[in-house]
Write a protein that binds this ligand. Sequence first.
Ligand SMILES: [Zn+2]
Length: 318
Amino acid sequence: MSILRTPTPRHLASAFAAALLVLLATHAHAFVRTMTCTPPGETGGTLTCRDGEQPLPLYWDAPCIGYHVHQDGLETLGPETTHEQVHRSFATWNDVPCSWLRLVPRGLTDEDRVGYDACGSSRRNANVVLFREDQWRAGDSAPIIALTSVTYIVRTGEILDADIEVNAAHFDVGIVENPFTSRHIVDLQNALTHEIGHLLGLDHTSPDDRFVGDPDTWQEAAMHALTRPGETRKRTLHEDDIAGVCDIYPADVGHPDGDCRLDPTPDGFFVRPSGELRSSCPDDRACGCTATPNHSHGPPALLLLVALLALRRRTRPL
Ligand SMILES: [Zn+2]
């Protein structure tokens, strides 16, 4: 029997507040890998380790992973321009020679649900970028710009699914052409490049003297936790971000499977080639709280759905 735990928005807000305090109190930062859980008594994570659980770093166990983009895109940009911005953001992480992982576009989708189908016939669900224009997630007290939800196996840290939501209901999301005249606009590529770092298994930069590069430039890291409308510097990766992704997926080691070969059709949510959700799950409730053995190596795995901390609007002026 496996359990799916979902952190509440209150937990997320508390974790973010703790992380923000630490960030403001230090001068040097380094890349941080997202862990399966945080030991009791420590701050910065979204979930506390249970008795017997050891924190493990998250990772994708594949030479490449695919992603889908919601077909509508942003209303203000139109589908074509929106999709171009999304692909640019993913391409930024692909253009890292020391990393072997490749992110591959799989096309458009009309599905708008976030989550993981634990009962599908395939262990690979589609990873989707969605745009919330009319309503943001209910229950989130403080508006956030974007959110990445990652599902992984607690026992190993292997990521099974990651979906990104962009909050266009509370923010004017678009393209910052000029930082002086577009100060009210949240740059889509800027936000997505940060969120894709979460998708890959990176957490926010954290106090550490291992920061790669000049400590005075730590705010330029794409995985820095804070942003504001008008910002574009997260469109490009800082050397600390590059060090992070290459620490997880080192090209000089490579993946045992070698070449990039994606499943012909990802199963589970977000893929409806026939217009209907395909699932082998007998009912919705069972899908939401159990994991079938084909999603784990050996015994059924404990799955966690983690809504990672997102880019949040900066509450004080620069
Ligand atoms: Zn973030």
